[in-house]
Design a protein around this ligand. Structure first.
Ligand code: SF4
Ligand code: SF4
Length: 188
């Protein structure tokens, strides 16, 4: 009996972020905003990523799936991949219904992150910021080029301060968990 309970609790913990997201999308201020969507496609027409990917990524389909309860597909399968959104907010500005697309994308990204379901490019860049205080750390070749262009040396960064700030968010723990996962994969 105890084992069954433990199994159920473990299962609940695993699906919790998706359940919470579903609640947000069905019963909250955000849900009211989502319900205003009438599928006009203005957001997809204006989205620069949709244009670049010839519609493979498009914000309208994310809003549609969020409205119809496909949170698992959005968070776990990443189909469509919300991480492709550059958060430029053009879609939100253009939406005739004032749907809060930006907030929807953030919620889906956060739920995905709680499963460590984050593209490598994002985590590598975040790791660089954590370790060096910059997404692109200063290197001799960069400094040389700056000198040639008559630019001043790149400004230094207070790495400890940045680590402290990131430590106040879930980012530090996510980076640690991803590193452990990668080590485990290497050992296999
Ligand atoms: S522009 Fe707004 S109303 Fe139109 S499809 Fe996109 S989210 Fe829905
Ligand atoms: S915020 Fe994302 S979905 Fe909206 S227009 Fe920009 S890239 Fe496209």
């Amino acid at each position: 009996m105890l084992l069954v309970l433990e199994f159920e609790m473990e299962k609940m913990e695993k699906i919790k972020p998706i359940v919470l997201l579903h609640d947000e999308f069905t019963d909250s201020e955000l849900a009211t905003s989502l319900n205003l969507c009438y599928n006009c496609s203005t957001c997809s027409t204006i989205c620069p990523v949709a244009l670049q990917t010839e519609g493979n990524f498009n914000p309208r389909s994310i809003i549609l799936l969020s409205n119809f309860g496909y949170e698992e597909r959005l968070v776990i399968d990443l189909k469509p991949n919300v991480w492709d959104c550059s958060m430029c907010e053009l879609c939100q500005e253009a939406c005739p219904e004032g749907v809060n697309l930006h907030e929807v994308f953030i919620k889906i990204k956060n739920a995905s992150a709680s499963y460590l379901n984050i593209p490598k490019s994002y985590t590598s860049e975040t790791n660089q910021v954590y370790l060096f205080g910059k997404a692109v750390p200063s290197q001799p070749v960069i400094e040389k080029r700056r000198e040639q262009l008559g630019l001043p040396k790149s400004p230094s960064t207070d790495v400890e301060e940045i680590k402290k700030l990131m430590g106040m968010t879930p980012v530090e723990k996510i980076l640690e968990d991803i590193e452990n996962l990668e080590k485990l994969a290497e050992e296999k």
